[in-house]
Design a protein around this ligand. Sequence first.
Ligand SMILES: [Mn+2]
Length: 325
Amino acid sequence: MRDPEGIARVLREADSVCICSHVSPDGDTIGSALAMRLVLLGMGKHVRVFCQDKVPDVLEFLSGAEEIQFPEQNTEQYDLFLSVDVSDPARLGTCGPLRDCCRHTAQIDHHGTNPDFAEVNSVDGDASATCTMIREQMKHLDAPLTKEIAECLYAGISTDTGNFSFDCTDPEAFRVMGDLLEAGLPLAELSMRLFREKSKAQLKLLGRAVEKMTFEADGQIAVMTLTMKDFEECGALSEHADTLVNYGLETVGTRMALLGRENGDQRIKFSLRARAPLTVDDVAASLGGGGHNRAAGISMEGSLEATTRQVVRAMKARLQEKNGK
Ligand SMILES: [Mn+2]
C-alpha cells in the first residue's frame, strides 16, 4: 500500500537519512535515490546514498551520482534508513547491514512481491516506477521540483516503462512526465543518451549475444548467454548487457526470453522477459528470484550451462501450463 504520509512523517522527524539502492542498480533505483537526496538536502537534512555496486556509466551524469558510496565506506549513524526500488532485503546486498546504523527504517518501492520489510512501507506493485512514487512523495513534503530532480525522475520512469512502451506505462507516468517537462527536463538530449547511444563495447556485446541466440519450445523462448570471456573480448561490463534480453523478446514468434550471464563471482545472473499474457515473475520466484510480471531476474549458483538449462525448463513448464497442454 502506498503511504506517502507515513513516509513524510518519518522523513520530517529525521535529521540524517541513509538512502540505499538495490544491487546491479538501474535508472529507477538510482534516479529515486538521487531525487530523494536532492529533496532531503533541500529540507536541510544530512544525507548519504549507498549502493553495493557502481553506478552504470550511462547514469553518471545525474546530479549527485558522484556522491554515491559503497556501504563499506560508511562511518556514520543515521536517524533513518530509506531504501528505494528494493523489492526485498536480499536486493540490498552489502547495504543490508547499514540498517544496523540507523534508528528507523522506511522504504518506497513498486514491486508487488515486496514483503514490506521496513517499519514504514510505501509499496505499490501497480506503480510504473518507484520514481513516479517519488514525485507523489515530493508533493507530500511540499518539495519543489527542480531541473536536476526532474532528470533523476525521468531516468527512472523512462527505464522502467521501456521508454514509455511497456504495458505498465500508465496515465500517472505521463502526468509526472508533464511535471518534469514543465521543470525544464531536456527530453530529447536525455532520451538520446539513455536509449539510443551505445558504447562500442555495448554494440560488440549485442552482436555477440545475438549471434549466440538459440530458440527453445518451437521458437517461443529465446535464449541468450554471455560468458566472462565474451565480456572480456568485447571490452564490456556486465551493465552493458542490461537490456540485451529485449532483443530476444523482440524476435518475431518468441513469447519469452532469457539472458544468462556470468558475473565473475560464481553466480549466474538471469534476466527474464515475457510477452503478455505470459508472466515470468512466478518463474523467477520458483528459482529464488523475483521482479515484475513481464520482467524478472534470478541470481543462481552453478555453471552457466546447468543453470540456463534449469531456467529454460521452468520457462517451458510455464509456457505449457499457459497453453493448457
Ligand atoms: Mn523500478
